[in-house]
Every structure is written in C-alpha cells, then in structure tokens.
Design a protein around this ligand. Sequence first.
Ligand code: ZN
Length: 355
Amino acid sequence: MTSLAQENERTDPGGVRWQAGERYSRQILFPGIGGEGQQKLATARVAVVGCGATGSALSSLLARAGVGTLCLVDRDYVEPSNLQRQSLFDEADASESLPKAIAAARKIAAFNSQIVVAPKVDDLVPSNIENLLEGVDLILDGTDNFETRYLINDYAVDRAVPWIYCAAVGSYAVTLNVLPAQTACLACIFPDSPRGMVETCETAGILNSAVNLAASIAATEALKLLVGKSSALRRTLLSFDLWTNEHAEISAAKPDPGCRACARRDFIHLAGEGRPHITLCGRNSVQIHERQRPIDFAEMERRLQPHGVVRRNDFVLKFWHDRYEMTLFRDGRAIIKGTTDTAVARSLYARYVGG
Ligand SMILES: [Zn+2]
C-alpha cells in the first residue's frame, strides 16, 4: 500500500507531482474529515460486494475519497444494458464481456493508482465468504438480491464487522447502517425478504439517479465510520422515492431482542445448505457453480467450436449455441442465458463443459 508519505515523493513523467495533500485537499478541508481522517481512510480496508449499479457508484466514490484498500467482489460480466447506470463501465467493457470486478479495478486504477484494488471474480457464497471478506473494516452492499444480503448480514453480525445495506430499484433508494451489537441488523428489520421490495431492476426498471442517491448516502456513512465519527452515523432505515419525493425513516437504533441473527445467533445463511444453481435477477439466465475446478480455455474453445460460436479473453469464454449463450469463467462457473429452467441449463452445461 502506498502511504501518504510515500505519495509525497511521487512525480510522474509528465511532471505532475502526486501529493496526497493535493489530491485530497478539498476533502481534508471538510472539517468532518481533516488530515487525521484522511490518514485513517488511507489505512482502511473496505469490501464492496457486487459491482453493478450501486457497487460501481460506491467503489468510485470511496476510491476517489482515498480509501486505501478496496476488495471488489462480483460474479457477473458487463453487458450493454448495464451502461445506463453502472458508472464504472464503458462500451469496450461490454463488447469484451469483461468481468465487472476486473473492469471496475481497471477503471479505478485510471483515476486513482495510489490505492490498492483487489478484484475477485466470484459469487459470494457461504463456502468462500471467510476467504473473500476476511480482514475488512467495513462491508458495503452492492448486490441486487436478498439472499446475498442475508449472507452478508449473518457474517457481519457473527464477526462484529459493520456493513451498510444499500439498494435502488425504480426511483426508490433505501439504505441502513448495521453496527453489530449496537443497532438493528437487516434480519431485525426484515426477518424475511420484504414483500414489495423483491422487485428487481429487471421488472420495475431503474433510474440511475436512484442508484447514485443510495450510493451517495451509503458512501458518506462509510466515510463517517472509517474516520471514527460514529456519533454522526444515521441509525435509521432510510428510504427515498425520487419520483414521488416520498421519504421515510424507520428507527434502527436498537437490536430486536428476538432477532434470529443478532439475538439468537442462528446464522442459517452462513451455514448455507447447498446452492448448486442460482437463477439470476429475472434476467432469463441461470448460474451454475457446481464444478470446483479450473477450465483450460484453449482446450474448451477447441472442444466447443464444432457446436457453435466461441469467443474468449483472459477472463471469460463465451459460447453461443442454439438460443443459448453460455459465459464460462476460469473457475468453471457459468452463466447460461436464454433459460430460467435450471434443468435445461444443467444439461447444456453437462453436455458441453462436462460434470
Ligand atoms: Zn438482528
């Protein structure tokens, strides 16, 4: 990690002096942060789970603010329909189907090369959560589903790591700070996935401004927490509809004494029963991650070429066959587009990739 002192030494070939004091000068002037706060940000480690819409905005804000280490976890690849709201990606990323975590890390490196960004192309599941999130000071929610949020909540409550729930759908933004043992957790407020909020951006559409609102509020709460201004943290579930201008806050100041997660410490999502298939966010696609061994893309390309169109880069191999589009990742995980039938997806996978 580059320390602020080391940064003071750097001059690039164009003669620009990269001084931390200069880069962050306007933020240091803000009394809530100051020089001491900026130093704390430089040594902070934050995980952003999901690098789609809210995840892009969150990681962009925190990277520009000088958070020293960002761990970006995302299972997906960039597509043209992402560009309306996923601010870290461009047309080249979509035409290459770059994994979002990789594309995000590259984009961040272009505007702040003085922080560490660790991209992980992976689906956050009970078996890898320890490995992916170990050692972070804060977890930020850039996901699009309650299954992963409950998993994050269980992990965060169990390990006493703060996390921030952050979501946007339609014109609606919602966010909650979870400070384990101090405030309500996600399961205190929503013991089960809330009805009416299970709509996704695929079914309800989404305004990019709702994404940025949710991410701006959550990123600011993250800064307060990282610089140690916990008295300034909001202790409510905040929701805001940008179209109707309706907004509401529900108190989250105290944990629910009957809560499954934070009171009874029954971490059912962390224990996680086998989840071999996951149907993605209404997107007419199925994810398969049964095979836990790496794929040789060159060999796979030779094998698949007689059966359809194959394209690959360093990170993904895409295969078009019939009306299906299969995207294979190096670790053997696949996203099959063109069906929501897990049996169809499984059989395509077994036939062309192998068991
Ligand atoms: Zn709770």
